[in-house]
Design a protein around this ligand. Structure first.
Ligand code: ZN
Ligand code: ZN
Length: 238
């Protein structure tokens, strides 16, 4: 599998950046995870968006979905439809728009559910965030990829992401800015999660332009031997 990092910032982009959006390329499928601000143009540079096998949303916060209404215009122009998997959030205006658009086939999902897309199995994982949110664990052949979405710590996460070859994790906060009430993990806690889950490679994402990426990397590297900072435009082997 290949993971294309299209947008790695949140909740707003850095200069020339984009918020959350990741394209997972398996042997048979193109699975898109989140479609934040600036992601659609980068996706289009790699593949026609209507060629996606499915779009998986972690939750309905704007930094993860804001390119969806624009994707709707493209799909309508092409006469194409796209399967979208997302948790239910009745408070989301955009969810109502997506649910009523004929170009989107919206599927409600809950943690613990498994979705098959071609040869890939996608497990929906829990997340702890101010709105309904999930993460995903994808198995394709013998390789396993995990994406936490936005989350603070939860005891079951290490089991959910067990054995990931690459874990893409929310590591937004430096240690001194994190608390149990915040909506995100710290980089150090993302590293603890990766270690407890036995994940080979941790990639820190949801990078907030207000925090030093070098500090996040240093704090995570003190807890896990193989940590990379997500960088938009790069491709990683899973
Ligand atoms: Zn976010
Ligand atoms: Zn969020």
């Amino acid at each position: 599998m290949k993971l294309h990092l299209l947008g790695v910032n949140g909740p707003f982009p850095e200069s020339r950046g984009a918020t959350s959006g990741y394209l997972l390329q398996t042997e048979q499928e193109l699975l898109q995870f989140d479609l934040g601000s600036g992601v659609l143009a980068r996706l289009t540079a790699l593949a026609p968006p209507e060629s996606l096998s499915a779009l998986f949303l972690s939750h309905w916060h704007f930094d993860h979905i804001s390119d969806l209404p624009v994707l709707m215009y493209r799909l309508e122009a092409m006469g194409e439809t796209l399967r979208v998997f997302a948790p239910v959030d009745e408070s989301s205006v955009l969810r109502r728009a997506v649910a009523s658009a004929s170009c989107f086939q919206l599927n409600d999902i809950v943690p613990g559910q498994e979705v098959s897309v071609g040869g890939s199995t996608v497990l929906v994982c829990e997340a702890r965030h101010p709105v309904p949110a999930v993460g995903y664990r994808v198995k394709a052949g013998s390789r396993v990829f995990g994406y936490t979405g936005d989350t603070n710590s939860l005891p079951e996460l290490a089991d959910r992401y067990r054995g990931c070859h690459l874990l893409l994790a929310d590591g937004l906060f430096p240690e001194e800015n994190w608390s149990g009430q915040k909506p995100h993990l710290s980089a150090a806690l993302a590293a603890d999660l990766a270690r407890e889950a036995g994940a080979e490679h941790l990639v820190l994402t949801h990078l907030n332009p207000l925090y030093s990426p070098r500090l996040l990397l240093r704090e995570a590297q003190s807890r896990h031997p193989h940590v990379t900072l997500a960088a938009a435009g790069t491709v990683l082997e899973v």
